[in-house]
Design a protein around this ligand. Structure first.
Ligand code: ATP
Length: 583
């Protein structure tokens, strides 16, 4: 995507509104340029002793008409431009958010949430400001300068005088092109450090509970302080150069006025120009300084927002890691066996295999338990089944269809994945459980809550299922969160269910009830259970044990106990724990 793509598309789609706004601003400025001319004439009549009461009234009304027309027409033009700028902000944020939803886990593990927020907030605002300002002030300035020049040329002010007066202003474009790129570069650094600060803030707020429990607030303050200091340094670096830029333009304006007053004044006292023309000339030169300053501001802002625009466009150009093939289709996973053949996988930025040569066939309707130490690859295997990451082609099939030939919608809508720490949204418990279909009947929500053994907890809250969670509501305990997330998985009622350590935070009695419920609910439907506790796995049709990414044991509970390997050791330790607890 080209650097200016999103902006160009927007401007092209709204060109007629922009044109209307520009016409209003042009008309306002042309009318405004009559101001000095009227005052010049007024001065001449005053000078020649022709001033009468009706003339004063006439000039006052004319000046009033100029002022009102300028305000009304300019106001309308400005309103349209500002409105369009806001619309751009809205459209771009929606587009960015829509794009974020297509990007994969890998993208999010590389880009912190704070950085992405900074794109959506700071960068979009910077571009919006620059378009509104750009159109408004550029039109204002260009027309004011052109009409001032035209008016000067149409009056009987000598050309050499006009030339001498506007000469200092000619240096402005030279300054603009010289300093502009420096402003842009420094502003890119500022935006980067703003992104880093948002990222740091996001992490600090996210981890505030841990920080407090470890009483390490000073360390966190120092770290955050470092991010803020970095911004200050970068901002000052930018301010130095942009202030120099801003200050040099009024200086040149003042220089023009000095020339006008000195040279124009000299010619006036020698009767080479009229007093009225001298007044008009001074006003015209004065009138041109502001627009020139505006042009400088616009260019300054544009340079800054260009950096933001580049970042937005780069982000929109990021392709999702997981791509669907054009011919992707859907199959009914209820009757499809899962075939995993010679599957080896390493994460994109890692040089070691997370899974080695996995071979596993899961017949439809069977329950498979997966055990293994932490880091042995259990979740990775599940991520590959959900295509959070892509497994090499040919290594995972559902029935006869390669996973890569299935549409993501078909695959993911038929798998219910319950992670160990399911994220709950800041909405009601009901909406969290009915996440997959918000309009699910209430009795089904209640039923799922009962099955997940969370019903009685929910009904104890004053607002029961309508209780809000998160920032504006209550905080659930770890075990309650896990069971709410389990209810969300149960209600989906999918052909395949994956419980990824989903009952690790509940007590053994509740775990037993949940496992029994899963066994009866999911009879004849494929279920994969990852667990560290043997009690959650022992009823599975087959149990596989992973170690360092390899399947090292497989069989039923009894076969594995007889095998006297890792599983049997795990069982022995846990049994011992239970009997210790019983003593
Ligand atoms: N996004 C990632 N990028 C790189 N390496 C990863 C990523 N996620 C996991 N790993 C690595 O892959 C290996 C397997 O991790 P995985 O999460 O599958 O283990 P696990 O068996 O599910 O562990 P646990 O029981 O603790 O959940 C680990 O060495 C881990 O560090």
């Amino acid at each position: 995507m080209k650097a200016q793509q999103i902006l160009r598309d927007y401007l092209t789609s709204k060109w007629y509104f922009y044109l209307t706004a520009i016409l209003f601003i042009v008309a306002a400025n042309i009318i405004n340029s009559f101001f000095p001319r009227l005052l010049g004439r007024f001065t001449d009549q005053l000078d020649q002793g022709q001033m009468t009461q009706p003339v004063i009234v006439e000039y006052s009304l004319l000046l009033l008409a100029v002022g009102v027309s300028f305000a009304v027409l300019g106001g309308i033009g400005q309103y349209i431009v500002v409105r369009l700028g806001r619309l751009f902000e809205f459209v771009t944020r929606r587009k960015l958010f829509g794009h974020f939803t297509t990007l994969s886990e890998q993208f999010y593990s590389k880009n912190g949430v704070g950085k992405l927020l900074s794109y959506v907030m700071n960068d979009v605002t910077a571009v919006r400001e620059s378009i509104a300002m750009g159109v408004n002030q550029t039109t204002n300035a260009t027309i004011t300068i052109l009409s001032a020049m035209t008016m000067m040329l149409l009056s009987s002010i000598p050309l050499y005088l006009i030339g001498a007066c506007v000469l200092p202003l000619a240096a402005i474009p030279w300054i603009v092109t010289g300093i502009g790129p420096v402003v842009r570069k420094r502003s890119l650094t500022v935006q980067d450090s703003l992104g880093k600060m948002t990222e740091a803030a996001e992490e600090q707020f996210g981890g505030i509970r841990v920080t407090k429990k470890f009483a390490v607030e000073p360390i966190m303050m120092r770290r955050f302080g470092a991010a803020v200091d970095q911004i200050r340094d970068n901002q000052l670096h930018l301010v130095r150069v942009s202030s120099l830029f801003q200050a040099s333009i009024p200086f040149l304006g003042a220089l023009s006025l000095v020339v006008t007053v000195a040279f124009g004044g000299y010619l006036t006292i020698h009767d080479r120009i009229t007093l009225g023309n001298f007044v008009a000339l001074t006003l015209y030169v004065r009138m041109m300084v502001n627009p020139l300053q505006q042009i400088g501001n616009v260019i300054n802002t544009m340079q800054r927002s260009r950096a933001s625009l580049e970042r937005i466009n780069e982000l929109l150009a990021v392709k999702p890691d997981i791509q669907e093939v054009e011919s992707s289709g859907s199959i009914d996973l209820r009757h499809a066996a899962i075939h995993i053949r010679n599957l080896s996988f390493s994460y994109p930025d890692s040089d070691r295999y997370a899974l080695h040569n996995i071979n596993l066939k899961i017949e439809p309707g069977k329950t498979v338990g997966i055990a293994g130490k932490t880091g042995s690859g259990k979740t990775t295997l599940m991520k590959l089944l959900l295509r959070v990451y892509d497994a090499p082609r040919g290594t995972i099939r559902f029935g006869e269809v390669d996973i890569r030939d299935l549409s993501l919608e078909s695959l993911r809508s038929q798998i219910s994945y319950v992670p160990q720490d399911g994220f709950l949204f800041s909405t009601t418990i009901r909406d969290n459980i009915a996440f997959y279909h918000r309009d699910t009947a209430f009795d089904r929500v209640e039923d799922a809550a009962r099955k997940a053994q969370i019903y009685s907890n929910i009904t104890e809250f004053p607002e029961q299922f309508e209780t809000k969670l998160g920032e504006r509501g209550i905080t659930l305990s770890g075990g309650q969160r896990q069971r709410t997330s389990l209810a969300r998985g149960i209600i989906k009622d999918s052909p395949i269910m994956i419980l990824d350590d989903s009952v690790s935070a509940v007590d053994s009695i509740t775990e037993k009830k949940i496992i029994n419920m899963i066994r009866s609910e999911r009879r004849n439907r494929t279920t994969l259970i990852i667990a560290h506790r043997v009690s959650a796995l022992k009823h599975a049709d087959e149990i596989v044990v992973l170690d360092e990414g390899r399947i090292v044991e497989r069989g039923t509970h009894h076969e594995l106990l007889a095998h006297q390997g890792i599983y049997a050791t795990l069982h022995a330790i846990q049994e011992e724990g239970n009997s210790d607890a019983a003593l």
